[in-house]
Ligand binder design. Structure first.
Ligand code: URA
Length: 235
């Protein structure tokens, strides 16, 4: 269960682990392991290798939750050692397009292949100007066009101002994808990002480990977990 009476100033409906925030749907899976990995990530004493593996574990759970009602399946029959069984399985012709936002998004999707049987990964690299907090795209491995029915998972651990995620989603929209076919995974999300995403992309689903109350004047989430990229890669 997520916290009750969260940000009562915003129009939220609390629904088990689903928050409806204006047009967006924000899921905070009510699993003790989500809380556990968030606790490890938050602790400033957690050393980088442990931080990185905690982020990857949290990503695995969030991706699992995000894919729950999302995968295209097909049916068939297989021969078991004892008979013939009707089976349903993930359609390998419909891989989920995974878009990690560099650097820290790479860590969040590190275990994606152990959750999703069919994926294709396209990297996007953004750098955030420390003064203006505006993102600049420095690496774009998206193809010019994506199949219009493609499902896209966009990963960035920290949804702070929302600027980077909005820019990433706009790159995908330019390539023919409807934002309602995208799902976002993040370790920590904050109100400014969630508000902007819900206003710009109604119906977008966001899966987060936790929602924190605010940003500091450098655009970092408070209490948050610090710089997710620096703490993962010790740089
Ligand atoms: N990016 C981070 O790594 N941490 C924050 O708190 C905000 C943006």
């Amino acid at each position: 269960m997520v916290k009750k009476n969260f940000f009562p100033c915003f129009p939220l409906i609390l629904w088990n682990s689903l928050l409806r925030w204006c047009g967006s749907q924000i899921y905070v899976p009510a699993h003790p392991l989500v809380k556990h990995w968030v606790a490890v990530l938050r602790n400033e004493s957690t050393p980088p290798p442990v931080f990185k593996s905690a982020m990857a574990e949290l990503g695995r759970i969030l991706i699992y939750e995000a894919s729950r009602d999302w995968l295209v399946t097909m049916t068939g029959q297989v021969q078991t050692p004892c008979g013939v069984a009707d089976v349903e399985f993930v359609d390998p012709r419909e891989p989920i397009k995974v878009v990690p936002i560099l650097r820290a998004g790479l860590v969040l999707v590190e275990h994606v292949a152990s959750v999703l049987p069919a994926t294709q990964t396209y990297h996007l690299g953004f750098v955030r100007d420390e003064e203006t907090l505006q993102p600049t795209l420095y690496l774009n491995k998206l193809p010019e066009k994506l199949p219009e029915h493609a499902r896209v998972l966009v990963a960035d651990p920290m949804l702070a101002t929302g600027g980077t995620m909005i820019a990433a989603i706009e790159e995908l929209i330019k390539r023919g994808i409807d934002h309602r076919l995208m799902r976002v995974v993040a370790a920590v999300a904050a109100p400014p990002a969630l508000k902007k995403l819900s206003e710009k992309f109604p119906g977008l689903k966001v899966y987060a480990g936790i929602i924190d109350p605010e940003l500091n004047d450098k655009g970092y989430i408070v209490p948050g977990l610090g710089d997710a990229g620096d703490r993962s890669f010790a740089t």
